[in-house]
Design a protein around this ligand. Structure first.
Ligand SMILES: [Zn+2]
Ligand SMILES: [Zn+2]
Length: 129
């Protein structure tokens, strides 16, 4: 069997270098913003946890199409401005201190015990993201 050889040219190496450096700088910037919680007010206004808020741009390319979704807690149908739909509607998220985007605790508090009980039947596990 032939050993595997990956594609590499001088041009691809340059493009990869630019992309990797940009990616790493972006991650570092996001991590710094996360640490300082620089957008706290905007973040809480949109009911999102710091992990989703600061790292959402990386690796998530969402379509800009209006998409309908059903809240995993109350089951109400709502509309969202992109295909990266929330897990939980902002009403439920606010009421239970959850993140709309991932459904986790908005303060990233894994130690909490007062998780709300969904009022709707949970569909079989769908892989997120
Ligand atoms: Zn809801
Ligand atoms: Zn989140």
């Amino acid at each position: 069997m032939e050993p595997r050889r990956k594609y590499w040219t001088q041009a691809s190496a340059w493009a990869t270098t630019v992309g990797k450096a940009q990616y790493a700088r972006g991650m570092l910037k996001a991590a710094e913003a996360f640490k300082e919680d620089t957008g706290r007010e905007d973040r809480l206004a949109e009911v999102m946890c710091a992990a989703c808020w600061y790292f959402r741009v990386n690796g998530q390319v969402a379509g800009a199409a209006m998409t309908s979704y059903s809240c995993a807690l109350c089951g109400e149908e709502r509309h969202w401005g992109s295909t990266n739909t929330p897990v939980i509607c902002s009403g439920c998220a606010t009421a239970h201190a959850l993140c709309v985007q991932c459904g986790g605790d908005i303060h990233l508090n894994a130690a909490r015990t007062d998780w709300p009980v969904p009022r709707v039947h949970q569909a079989s596990q769908v892989h997120q993201g």
